[in-house]
Design a protein around this ligand. Structure first.
Ligand code: KIV
Ligand code: NA
Length: 265
């Protein structure tokens, strides 16, 4: 099996082959997602919501991201594995950003790191890139800045925010990022960014005119049930299946139907 490198991803953009990306936070799910042929696995800080039950991504720590990242890497043979730098581990201090990125690379054996922001974090981006660590950017809706914006609604609908986003994308490309995630922005703006930068642009709620798509795996499988933004397509209702299976188990235990003679020693 040929490992998906940053070089492979840039070739996919050149060839017009779309990049399929999903999150994973643990060994078992990562193994299945990799087997299914996903190109990129994101160990997202959405683990804060999905795994830990927090309201936002802010509480998750670098140590927790490293725990998730190393679990995922052990399961993966083919996909490119990118780990989110969590809130507080890179903003405002590029030396700290570099040491956070180095810890992720050394302790998880992931392939790259991702961080939110453009011009505000460009020093950190450059410093990490200088160490030979590939960086994926993330613009548009940036959940680590939720307290600055106040809501999770569509971003960059106004001209001013749209031109800043385009400028930030170009800045990240110039700095040497290998790809950029665009979250929850108008499809027309995302298409424009994807056309104007040479690096792959991966969208989530950013329309189809980009170089790839990413979703949170628990959302697209229907494990999470409350969260249903317009951009989410549910490929399964695993939540209902799990509730059904667990319900059957509960009934069997109560009825002393489980275990039967063949299921004991
Ligand atoms: O943490 C995450 O899951 C993400 C994706 C939504 C892009 O950053
Ligand atoms: Na994230």
């Amino acid at each position: 099996i040929k490992k998906v490198t940053t070089h492979v991803l840039s070739e996919m953009k050149l060839k017009g082959e779309k990049i399929a990306m999903l999150t994973a936070y643990d060994y078992s799910i990562a193994k299945l997602v990799d087997q299914a042929g996903i190109d990129v696995i994101l160990v997202g800080d959405s683990a804060s919501n999905v795994m830990a039950g927090n309201e936002t991504t802010l509480p998750i720590t670098l140590n927790q991201m490293i725990y998730h990242g190393s679990s995922v890497v052990k399961a993966v043979n083919r996909a490119h594995v990118v780990v989110d730098l969590p809130f507080g581990s890179y903003q405002g201090n590029s030396k700290e950003a570099l040491s956070s990125a180095i810890r992720i690379m050394k302790e998880t054996h992931a392939d790259s790191v991702k961080m939110e922001g453009g011009e505000e974090v460009i020093e950190s981006v450059k410093r990490i890139l200088c160490a030979g660590i590939p960086v994926m950017g993330h613009l548009g809706l940036m959940p680590q800045s939720i307290h600055k914006y106040g809501t999770y609604t569509v971003r960059a609908k106004q001209d001013e925010e749209a031109s800043k986003l385009l400028a930030d994308a170009k800045l990240l490309e110039e700095a040497g990022c290998y790809a950029i995630v665009l979250e929850k922005i108008p499809a027309s703006l995302a298409a424009k960014v994807a056309a104007e930068v040479k690096i792959p642009v991966i969208g989530i709620g950013a329309g189809s005119d980009v170089d790839g798509q990413v979703l949170v795996v628990h959302d697209m499988l229907g494990i999470t049930q409350e969260f249903s933004p317009r951009f989410l397509r549910r490929y399964h209702n695993l939540g209902a299946e799990i509730i059904g299976a667990v319900g059957n188990y509960v009934n069997d235990v109560k009825a002393v139907d489980f275990p039967n003679e063949r299921e004991q020693y």
